[in-house]
Write a protein that binds this ligand. Sequence first.
Ligand code: LLP
Length: 436
Amino acid sequence: MTRDFICSNLSLGSGGHLCFAGHDTAELVRQYGTPLYLMDEQLIRRRCRTYLDAIRKYFGGRGNVLYASKAAAFKRIYEIMAEEGMCVDVVSPGEIFTAFKAGFPMERAWFHSNNKTDEDIRFAMEHDVGTFVIDSTEELLAVDRIAGELGRIQKVMLRLTPGIDTHTFEAVATGKVDSKFGFAIETGQADTVTELALTLENLELSGFHCHVGSMVFDSDVFIRSAKIMLSFIAHIRYTHNYTAPELNLGGGYGVRYLASQPELDLDANLAEVAEKVSAMCRELYLPQPAISFEPGRSIVADAGLTLYTVGMVKRIPGFINYVSVDGGMTDNIRYALYGAEYTVLPASHMEEPREMCCSVVGRCCESDDVIQPNVCLPESTQRGDLIAVCTTGAYNYSMASNYNRVPRPPVVMLDGEKSYVAVKRESLEDLLLLDA
Ligand code: LLP
């Protein structure tokens, strides 16, 4: 049983029900239905504070924490980020508009993306996005030109690839030399673009950025990339007399999806990165730049839980058992796409022995619509039972689709004893909104 509770917000309630953030999941389902995304607001706030406190304690208060909002983007999240004093990373006009409409102070937004169109650039400037993180020479020139047209000086950072392989999963490794993102240091392209950026009149270069990948459990990855980035900054200081005010080390800290994975001590990790960064700066005779981080998953992942209702149990003797639920790859595509692992729990029968091995599958007309294979559930599992998938706060809602014209679930926030709807359940009528 204790192996079930991979995060401190999971517990056992009365009647063998799973509780999440102090709420009985069966009660929540009675109120909001399934499929249902839940988010633990207090945990999200605590995670923000862990990062912000670390910047204060270990980095002398010089640095920013940007929530990578691609992990989960809707108005309420941006409001919470604003209240916590966070900055945000936005990657599209859609995220910019959502943040703007939520009243987020846009000077605290950093605009990423490897392909910003002229329209995107203009839109971002018109919404006063604070910093552009530049990914290509074409973009650099376009941002300079459009800033000139709008009569503004635009703050920019250059995204570099330090050439690091995180050895986590390939689809989300972004810091290698052959990545589609950023300018490689190793090839000299980072030098060339820095030189160009320093000559452009409508830009203010505020420093450099890198992001090496996801599901990192060890500060060593950040230390290695910091070393390469700081050496580059020292080299540019020497060759171009430009001292970068800020270094953004990106996001990527991992979370626990399974009991077998470690629980990350974020505070200790950040303390270690800070110690190594200041030692490296001393060695390089470099004034320490402000150090920023850009976490997505480690802010929201285990603050999320998805609840489903079982529709059928299909046993094929000698082969496999299937348990079908009322959601699937439309609300959680991560197993189908990455083979991502999850802890799946029998939310309404937590105390029963789990002797049926099965694949928990979704409702879509597609064999790959699997939420998780090799799950153990009670033999008694039947239509109407509740199934919980843990750690679904990051990249589930934000990657949801309407495949098979399945409406997307609501996002319900849990805040102490309160619960409230942050994103409404999509209706059948909503699905027709864009049909001309
Ligand atoms: N900064 C940049 C520039 C990024 O590209 C990302 C993630 C982050 C920060 C945040 O990384 P995090 O702390 O969340 O690991 N859809 C995939 C994840 C793709 C991540 C893309 N970039 C998934 O479901 O695992």
